[in-house]
Write a protein that binds this ligand. Structure first.
Ligand SMILES: [Zn+2]
Length: 450
């Protein structure tokens, strides 16, 4: 899916340059983790991305002296604004100086547009905005004087990070933070595709956790579209992406919020009802599903042995030597870097399609993590005929995602509670246990006629 999308867009889309991770993330020696912006191509063709940047789905307004939107102050913004950012003579925006304000404004557009392109490709259709009854396009406000950022009905509005004393840190514009922007767009995507609980009696505890998890997964899958991120992840881990105890292997990437969340080891018994906290086991279960898919593909292509895959999948606390596992991965990775990357991109695109299919299917009403698990199994049946059911079950089981003990799904039905024992035994006479459960054809027919 996405690999094909990128091949297509390279011919037809409009180029921008954006940083895969915030520029303030550094290596151990103090140099930037990602010193250069990476070229990305958004779907609208040169010319269809107008000055702003703007297109038919979204537009940037670099507002002057604007206060944050609130309950009484909503889009569209009609106050003073700086000049719109102009494309280069070829219609692309990859000419902008990374030190300029225009670069920041263009980054906000390119990031949101890129993440939308990626997810529309996984959904296989246009994602219509949840605010479409009021606004045709999403309003993007990149750099207001505020030590915060927010997404709301019809807009994304971003300020700056905070210094230790709480003042505005102008070196950390949120609009250049790919994690933050794509997480916020993830919320919009869930509002658009899943919707919101209808009943006031619905506490929405798992719904809230699912929303935060979706924001992070939208961001994680999108960031795995940067070659520099994928290359660094594989180079650091040698393909040993098992998330439990995995953070020490991702090296300097562990300063990225997204990576810390993807590589979390929390289970349901570790978290409370607060949405961000509760999101962690779900995100972990889903990310692990991608990792297991990746390792299965490595086995299928004879890039690692089944034995190594089994040893790495077994959890800490078992007898396996984690250092030996890492040594074996390093040996397998050496000389096969391109093939490992191809497998990881395949796994990424499987996860993207799996999530899009799941989110298209689930109802927001009285949503439970167990319901999401069943929707994911169903999505896998749709996509692969159920080839990954065992992987999905084990990843979710480890996170302790299961029917709640009081669930009606756990209720047992006896012949007595079904009202079958007296009628069946009278009709069938002496019989074994199994046939006693089946009403005779005659009694079924009578039931129908009543
Ligand atoms: Zn969020």
């Amino acid at each position: 899916m996405s690999v094909a999308l990128d091949r297509r867009l390279a011919e037809t889309g409009t180029r921008f340059r954006i940083f895969p991770q915030p520029r303030f993330l550094t290596k151990a020696d103090g140099s930037p983790l990602f010193p250069e912006p990476e070229t990305v191509t958004v779907a609208p063709s040169p010319g269809a991305v107008e000055r702003g940047p703007a297109d038919d789905r979204m537009f940037v307004v670099d507002a002057i002296g604007k206060l944050p939107y609130n309950q009484f102050f909503r889009p569209p913004y009609s106050g003073a604004a700086r000049d719109a950012v102009e494309p280069g003579p070829d219609g692309h925006f990859d000419h902008l100086d990374p030190a300029s304000r225009e670069f920041s404004a263009a980054t906000m557009y390119a990031t949101v547009r890129r993440v939308l392109d990626i997810w529309e490709d996984y959904f296989g259709r246009t994602i219509q905005w949840h605010f479409e009854s009021d606004f045709a396009r999403l309003e993007l406000i990149p750099l207001i004087e505020w030590n915060n950022a927010q997404s709301g009905y019809g807009f994304l509005e971003f300020g700056f990070g905070r210094t230790p004393t709480g003042t505005i840190d102008h070196s950390r514009p949120f609009c250049e933070n790919f994690d933050v922007l794509s997480h916020e767009l993830g919320h919009s995507l869930i509002f658009a595709e899943v919707g919101i609980p209808a009943s006031p009696a619905d506490e929405g505890i798992d719904y809230g956790g699912m929303h935060e998890s979706a924001g992070d997964l939208v961001a994680i899958v999108a960031s795995l579209h940067f070659h520099s991120v994928v290359d660094m992840l594989l180079e650091n881990t040698k393909g040993n992406l098992l998330t439990i105890n995995g953070l020490d292997r991702v090296g300097e990437l562990s300063d990225s919020r997204q990576i810390r969340i993807a590589f979390n080891a929390l289970r349901m018994s570790d978290v409370n009802d607060e949405p961000h906290d509760r999101s962690m086991p779900l995100t972990g279960a889903i990310f692990d599903t991608m990792v297991e898919f990746f390792q299965q593909d490595l086995v299928n292509k004879k890039l690692i042995t089944d034995d190594l895959r089994n040893r790495s999948t077994n959890l800490p606390g078992t007898a396996h030597d984690l250092d030996q596992i890492q040594t074996d991965f390093a040996a397998a990775y050496a000389g096969n870097e391109a093939a490992f990357k191809e497998s990881l991109l395949l796994a990424r695109d499987y996860l993207g399609r799996l999530l899009a299919t799941t989110w298209s299917d689930i109802s927001p009403d009285f949503l439970t993590y167990h319901g999401i698990l069943r929707a994911i199994l169903d999505a896998d049946r749709t996509l692969t005929g159920g080839a990954n059911a065992a992987i999905i079950r084990s990843c979710f089981a480890w996170r302790e995602i299961a029917p709640v003990p009081a669930s009606m799904l756990m209720r047992q039905h006896t012949l007595t509670s079904c009202g079958l024992d007296t009628a069946a035994s009278a009709a069938a006479g002496p019989a074994d246990g199994f046939s006693a459960m089946i009403p005779t054809p005659r009694s079924s027919y009578q039931n129908l006629r009543r």
